[in-house]
Write a protein that binds this ligand. Structure first.
Ligand SMILES: Cc1cc2nc3c(=O)[nH]c(=O)nc-3n(C[C@H](O)[C@H](O)[C@H](O)COP(=O)(O)OP(=O)(O)OC[C@H]3O[C@@H](n4cnc5c(N)ncnc54)[C@H](O)[C@@H]3O)c2cc1C
Length: 400
């Protein structure tokens, strides 16, 4: 068992990975768990969009934190099918997930998910607390953060385990590893959440292509539709204002016949109506790294930035959290030092995360400039792809 001083675990970022880790460690009296979250208690980053979480996250969460799994599943819609068609209406693929997974995934709104994950944290999460610097000195690991309620900078010393759940632009990764230039894939991805309305033809997860230009949509709880559109961009990586106009977007998805199928017409109509609410982004990924030195652990997007093509960013953040909580519990139960947790998590997670990053990148093939979505989708029905999909959805980490 540990010595007399409570071991201090600081989790920076109350996002997917950070919130789950902090709640998974709550109730352990010998741990002093502090979660620092930049946004305020009622603000939600990207609250205006939705996401699908893969069957693998639910399977891993059920095994490691069943009460968290129950809360999330109970407040979401099941993700049970993946269909792909052309915007003209020709269906290319309609895959029941039960063929490749042990359980469904979920569909949910970001705001709902963050609220569910942060709710059990109580006083352990400090909102409006933005990490400004971190490092290691004579007293060990420390962080400095700006507390928005007092505008003052505060410092936490003697940290036994520092966990970076601060996302893709992680200050902790930047300090302890290096600032990595993202790898851009030359694809613009934009997101929109809007009320479904009475005649909504959208239900479970589906995609519609016109050349490499893609619409993706599904319903989320609360009678909303989440839509993510994409199109290739030039080598300069610039998304111009002209590309963002409703007319230009409609043109991208309109097939040669000039007639969109009912689902694509519904989505393009919504894109036109809600154009000013769209969130714009570009596809990018980076290298995988969990262990940032003794006592410093990277998780989620800070550890493995990946493209969202297979809906695995948040999904892998959930898998990470399950393993991290398990490793910390094991360290508490035995005599292992918390400073060794990063190495152990890295040993259990790196190969799988690298597989998911590269699989997600490969699955983006039909969204790249010049791609043929028909040939590319037919390849996704072959064993070379479906076997890897089964590995993705079924081979999840379980508590040791
Ligand atoms: C367009 C798009 C669509 C996506 N769709 C999906 C999808 O459908 N399914 C899926 O699984 N994934 C999806 N993702 C990926 C997903 O958003 C991320 O992979 C996931 O949120 C990563 O979780 P995380 O816990 O690492 O970080 P986040 O959830 O990003 O949380 C990071 C937290 O850290 C906080 N923070 C950051 N800096 C600081 C600081 N200095 N101090 C204090 N707090 C800080 C932030 O406020 C935030 O709350 C998508 C991503 C994009 C861009």
């Amino acid at each position: 068992m540990f010595g007399q001083r409570r071991k201090r675990v600081v989790v920076v970022g109350g996002g997917i990975a950070g919130s789950l880790i902090a709640s998974g460690l709550s109730g352990h009296e010998d741990l002093d768990v502090i979660c620092l979250e930049r946004v305020g208690a009622t603000d939600h980053m990207d609250a205006g969009t939705g996401l699908n979480i893969g069957p693998n996250a639910i399977k891993a969460l059920k095994a490691a934190m069943p009460e968290r799994a129950e809360a999330i599943v109970g407040n979401s819609l099941a993700w049970q099918r993946w269909s792909i068609a052309l915007t003209s209406g020709r269906v290319l693929m309609d895959l029941p997930l039960e063929n490749v997974a042990d359980n469904p995934g979920i569909r949910i709104r970001w705001a709902e998910l963050y609220a569910l994950l942060r709710k059990p944290l109580g006083a352990a999460i400090h909102y409006g607390a933005e990490l400004t610097s971190c490092g290691r000195d004579g007293d060990g690991l420390f962080v400095v953060y700006r507390d928005k309620s007092s505008i003052a900078e505060k410092r936490i010393d003697n940290i036994d385990l520092l966990i970076a759940g601060d996302g893709r632009y992680s200050k902790i990764r930047e300090h302890f590893v290096l600032l990595e230039e993202p790898r851009f894939l030359g694809v613009c991805l934009y997101r929109l959440l809007f009320p479904a309305g009475a005649e909504c033809p959208i239900d479970d997860y589906a995609q519609w292509f016109n050349g490499p230009n893609r619409l993706l949509a599904f319903r989320v709880p609360g009678d909303f539709v989440y839509c993510a559109g994409s199109f290739p961009i030039g080598d300069d990586g610039i998304v111009t204002e002209a590309m963002k106009t409703p007319a230009a977007l409609r043109e991208r998805y309109t097939p040669e016949s000039g007639v969109l199928c009912a689902e694509a017409e519904y989505l393009v109509d919504a894109i036109e109506r809600y154009a000013t609410r769209i969130h714009w982004a570009r596809l990018q990924d980076g290298t995988t790294r969990y262990d940032a030195g003794e006592g410093v652990l990277l998780v989620g997007d800070a550890a493995h930035p990946m493209v969202p093509t297979l809906g695995q960013g948040a999904t892998q953040a959930v898998e990470d959290a399950c393993v991290v909580v398990d490793e910390i519990r094991r360290a508490r139960a035995g005599s292992a030092s918390l400073s060794d947790v990063p190495r152990k998590v890295s040993g259990r997670r790196t190969e799988r995360a690298e597989f998911v990053v590269s699989f997600s990148r490969e699955a983006t093939d039909t969204m790249l400039a010049g791609a043929d979505p028909v040939a590319g989708t037919l390849k996704k029905l072959e064993p070379a792809f479906t076997t890897r999909l089964q590995k993705l959805y079924r081979d999840v980490p379980v508590p040791l």
